[in-house]
Design a protein around this ligand. Structure first.
Ligand SMILES: [Zn+2]
Length: 171
C-alpha cells in the first residue's frame, strides 16, 4: 500500500502550478511492472519528488525514487541485493514540438494525459536506473572448477579488478 503523501495519480499540470511535494513509501509489489522481481516484493520503494516552475517558467519534476531489488548475480547465479536509485529531473511537455525546443541537457516527459498514474512514473524511472548486469562485489561462493574464468580467480582479492570488471561489462 502507498503511504505518506503518495497518491495513486499525479495531476501533472495542477501539481506543478502548486509546486507540490510528493513523499512517501510503497512496496515493490505495488508496481505491476516490477512484480517479476519475485524475491523483492516486500522491499520498500521510497519516493521523494517535487514539482516546480523553473526560472524559465517550465513545469518540472525533480527528486529521487529508491528501492532495493534482489537480482541474480551474473557471475555465480546466487541472489545479490542491489540498491537502485533513480534521479528524476524531467521537464513536462505537452507536445513533440515543446520537447524538441528544449535545450539538449533537459529531459522531456511527454504528457499524454494530465492525470498520470504514479506507478507509471515509478516503474519507468526504476527500470531505467537498473544495472545492465547484477554482480556481487565478491561472490559468496567460489566459482565451480573448470568455469574457464581464470582471469577472475587471479584478480579476486583486488577490489579494483572487480570495479574494472563492472565497468567493462557496462559498456
Ligand atoms: Zn556472485
Amino acid at each position: 500500500m502507498f503511504s505518506g503523501q503518495l497518491l495513486p495519480y499525479l495531476d501533472l499540470r495542477k501539481f506543478s502550478d502548486q509546486e507540490r511535494v510528493i513523499e512517501g513509501e510503497a512496496q515493490v509489489e505495488d508496481f505491476p511492472r516490477l512484480r517479476e522481481y519475485r524475491d523483492s516484493l516486500d522491499q520498500p520503494v521510497r519516493v521523494a519528488l517535487a514539482f516546480c516552475r523553473d526560472d524559465d517558467g517550465r513545469r518540472r519534476l525533480q527528486g529521487h525514487i529508491q528501492t532495493r531489488l534482489i537480482l541474480v548475480c551474473q557471475r555465480c547465479l546466487e541472489p545479490v541485493e542491489q540498491d537502485i536509485t533513480a534521479a528524476v529531473d524531467l521537464v513536462l511537455v505537452w507536445s513533440e514540438g515543446q520537447a524538441k525546443a528544449l535545450p539538449a541537457e533537459l529531459e522531456p516527459l511527454l504528457v499524454v494525459d494530465d492525470r498520470m498514474p504514479l506507478s507509471d512514473l515509478v516503474e519507468e524511472e526504476l527500470l531505467l536506473a537498473m544495472p545492465l548486469v547484477a554482480l556481487h562485489d565478491q561472490c559468496p561462493r567460489p566459482l565451480p572448477d573448470g568455469s574457464g574464468e581464470r582471469e577472475e580467480d587471479t584478480d579476486s582479492d583486488n577490489p579494483f579488478a572487480v570495479l574494472a570488471h563492472l565497468k567493462g561489462r557496462r559498456k
